[in-house]
Every structure is written in structure tokens, then in C-alpha cells.
Design a protein around this ligand. Sequence first.
Ligand SMILES: [Zn+2]
Length: 623
Amino acid sequence: MALHAPLALGSSLEPTTEAEDFAAAAGVCRARVVSVEAFRHPVRGGIFTRVRFELLESIKGSFRKNFTIVHRGGMVDSEGESTGLGVDFRPGDEFLLHIGKRGDGTLSVLRGSNGAALLASETKAVASSASKKLARLRLLTRPEIRAAVIGSGEDFSGVQGMNTAASLGAVSSSGLLVDTNSIPSRFTAADRGEPIGYLVDAQTLPSGIDQAVALQAVTNALAAWSAQTSLIFRFDGLQDFGMSAADVTTADGRIRISLHDSFGEIPSSSTLGIGGRSYVYSGGLGTTGGDGGAVDGLEFHKSTRGYVVLNHTATTMQDPKSFEEVLCHEIGHALGMAHSSEVETETDTVLKDAIMYYRVHKDGRGATLGTYDIPVVRKIHPHDDTPPFSNDRILTLVTAPTAPITGVPGVNEILLAAHDLQSPSSSLTIITNGLADGSVASSGFVGNLLRFTQTAGYADGTLDPATDSFYYRKYVRFSDGANSSPWASVRVVATRLDSQGDGLPNSWSTQHFGSSVPSAAALSRPNDDRDRDGFSNLQEFLMGTIPVDADSRLAVRSFDGQTIQWTASPYALYTLESSTNLSSWAPFGLPVVATNTNAGTSVNLLPSGDAKKFLRVRFGHAP
Ligand SMILES: [Zn+2]
């Protein structure tokens, strides 16, 4: 299992002086990293990383010889999380640390990477400014502040962790938050023309900011990003999360924005907010990415949720424009942006003027992107050329005892297609060199038709299609010339034995016709239509309907002008087609993957200027 800790840099920070940082820290010390481990937090649920240190020198406070800090973010079991507050800790590296203490007693680094200055490393370049800072801080200490005992707090050592080489990856030159393999992540909803839903927790607000002002700031902050990208957002309402927005682990593709930090997410009073996101990657795609598609050749993991938590007690946040600026910055992190610069004395005005500069500007700009931010966010979410998208599919492999079954239309083959907001499906190119694994079959392509060839005759077996189990799996994606869709999987989730090799499994024929041997007399051969519902027995097998019940067939069940419903088979893909004359048909809307039996499914019909329009439902994609 791939396992890494993703890159995360500091977050919106109050501009503070060295003396203020020193005063705000519970402890300041020089320490060496002993180990870095990612783990699932037993209470909070998200992914955290614990970093064990060996103390080299106490400057403020009395530390134990060995102490542990815990911070949000890391990668465990095909899931990763990162925020704007992680630090690049690697075993052996020596740091000057500003340590804070959370309400639960755990230790953390104050102000993200701003509170951890690298002093010595065998693998990374060390800035000389860090040792000068150390020399200055030594002058600030006094015996009485050196004495205060710093307990190391809970480190959840009872929870199994995964050792990692670093707590985040090499700093990306792309301006994006990335993992240790330099892979960023992105939300894919906008590729389908769909909005990202967001929820707002406004239970508490900074003094002087009322709810109307706060919600307008959220709207403005999101609008600043959507104006420059394909992203659209949908307000899903106010909600009391009852916990930090970062702790809500529901992977529903939404962004949760908490306008307050009542649950102690932010470890430092001079950190004005955090923004982050979780992402997933499939087996085999951990080191290459691709679950989130590719934009101009850059591969992405798939973002599964985003969050923002604001520090409502900071005085800076009482100013509506600064509140809005910090919101916009943290949403940038949730969308996958890293900082433009973490240099306090940055002289490049483009980097310093960016909304993603690590320190708040506090100059009344509000939610205004800089010239730096626009091309960078478009690397993730392009403005006008979105990646294509397709659907995961499943298949039942019908096997004969000896020779493989070939040439039976629809059996052991599946027609694939993708969609794109800018290009017709027919212009998209299938990419066939994706990962294949599993032993029951091999696969090959004829155009967009994916064909499976059994490796032996297999007895009946079934896996739950709702899980990601498979007997055989093949990854496929499509390209629009510049961008690629996420890799989609086609999984063999069932095997059936068919002694005749005609495509109808023995067990299916026995269940419906009382015999595994098809006969003309029983109308139980593949091309017979026993129940005379217009679909052959073989078609009924492929569509998951009952061949001896004329009422069990693919048919439109209801249509009220807004919603169309049809008989469906769970996990099967259906496409709608429309016509004004019943002779020429065109694709209508996006394919629908059914979620349940018979209940069918529905789509909202778009308003149309046509005097009349006919709709029909097709099983699978059009040839
Ligand atoms: Zn930040």
C-alpha cells in the first residue's frame, strides 16, 4: 500500500515579530526528528502524523528528553489529507521549534512551517537565517521561563502508525499542495458541469461580524475562485457541525466552512485560519495519480472533501475585508493551492501580492486574487477546457468449460464511452494502457469495445459490486487531446459457468427455465423470447431482467415532463436519447448509473424550445 505524507505549508498568518512568536509559544527548543508516523486519529477520525523528537537544547520551557508532536495530515491506506499547516519533518533533521499546546494536551508546532526552522539536514538545503534566529532567541531566554515544564501530551502511541520518510513531500515547484510523490489532488465535479456543495457553520462569529456580512464574505471568497476557473459552488445551508470542520470525515465531495474555531483546531493565536482537503487514490495509482484526471499532462489524486476553519478570536478577523481575505486564502488551500511564498522579506511583488502569500495583507483587498494566483489555480481547475469523465463499470464473466466464449454480442464485452463539456464523445480518444489485475481473464480492445477472454472455465462466484472487490479489473481513461479523464475501472464481479458456450449461464437457465440445457420447445435458447416482451433471453440476461415475466423488461415507467423513470438493474449504465421526429436520435444528458432495482432512476429534463420531444432509454452506451 502506498503511504506518504502530503505536502502542506503554513497558513494565513498574522504578521508577528520574533519576540511575539517567542512569547506566544508554550516552549521553544532545538530538537532532532527521530521518526515520522501517519495514523488515523482514534477520536477525531482524520489522518494525523506524529513526529517524535529528541531534545537537543531547551530555550523556553523544560522539555522531556523525548517528546512527540501531533499534527493533522498524512497518508494511510489509500487516503491522504493535508492542510496549510503541515511541516516537512524528516528523520535526522534538526529544527528550531516553536511549540504550542492544544486543549487536549497534545503538542504541535506553532504557525506551521513558520514555527519550525530547519537548522541541519543531510538531505535538504538549510537557510543560514535559521541559525541566526536561534542565536537571537537564546538571548531572549531567562532562567524562570526555561524552567516551566512542557509535558509531551498524548501521542496515541497505542494506535498503529505507518512509518514514513517525511511528514510531507518535496516542495512542489507547481504552486500546488502535493504528496511525497509530488502528486496534487483536485475536485472533479466541475468536469461534469456540477457544483461543489458547501456548508457553513456560523454558530460563533468574530466580534462585530454579523451573519449577513459573514455569509457575503463566504460568497465573495468562493466567487473569486469560480470567476477564474470552471468551478461552481452551491450553498447547501447553514449547519452546526458540532466539531471542527476538519473533523467531519464524510467524503461527500463538499467543502465545510467553519467561521469559528470553537473546537480548538488552530494551535496558535496568530494563525488566522486553516484550509485543507482529503483525497483518495486507487491501488496502483498511489505513485502516479490519475484518480482525479490529468490537466495538461499533470496527474491528480481525487479530492473527496475540503474544509476551512477560521480563528474567530483574532482581532484581525473583526475587520470584514480581512475576514474575507483569509476565507479566500483558506478556500485556496481546500482547492489544492500551496503558498506563493513563505519568505517574510519577499521582494517579488507578484508573489507577495498573491492571495496565497503566507501572511495576510490586511489592506482592504478582501477576496481578490493576485496575478500569481490565476494561472496556478487553472493548473488544477482550468477555466475553459475541463477534462473528460466516464463511469466505472461492472461485468459478469460467462465462462465455458473449455474454449472461451467469443462472438456472442454483449457477452464478455462492454462498450465504453466518456463525456466532455467541450467536445463530442466521438472525438475523445480511449487510452487502453491502464493497469490490469486479476487472474480470471485477459482483456483487449476493439475500438471502444473492451473484450474479456476467460483464462479457464470458472464455477459461479459473486462479489459485492458495492465494494471495490474484483476477479479481474482493467483501468481505462479518455483524452480530449489536452486533458485526460480520471481512470475508470471495469471490474469482473461475477463468474458464471455456461456448459453450452452460448452465453446463457447454466444456473441462470435452470433458475428461469428449469433446465440448464436450452431447447426450442421451451423457448429457452439465447435468441428466443420466452415471455414475448420484445427482448430475447440473452438480452434479458445481460440487462438483469426476468425472461419469463413480460413485465420485467427495460421500459419507461413514468414521465411527467421533469422526471423520467425506467426499470433498472443496479450498477448498470443507461443513456438517454432524444428525438423530435422519432427517426433521428441524439444523446440527451449524461449517462445514469442505476443505484437500485426496478425503482429505476430519474433525471431533470432541461427546458427546451422544441414543440415536441421524444425520449428513449438505452441500456449501456450507443454503438
Ligand atoms: Zn495558507
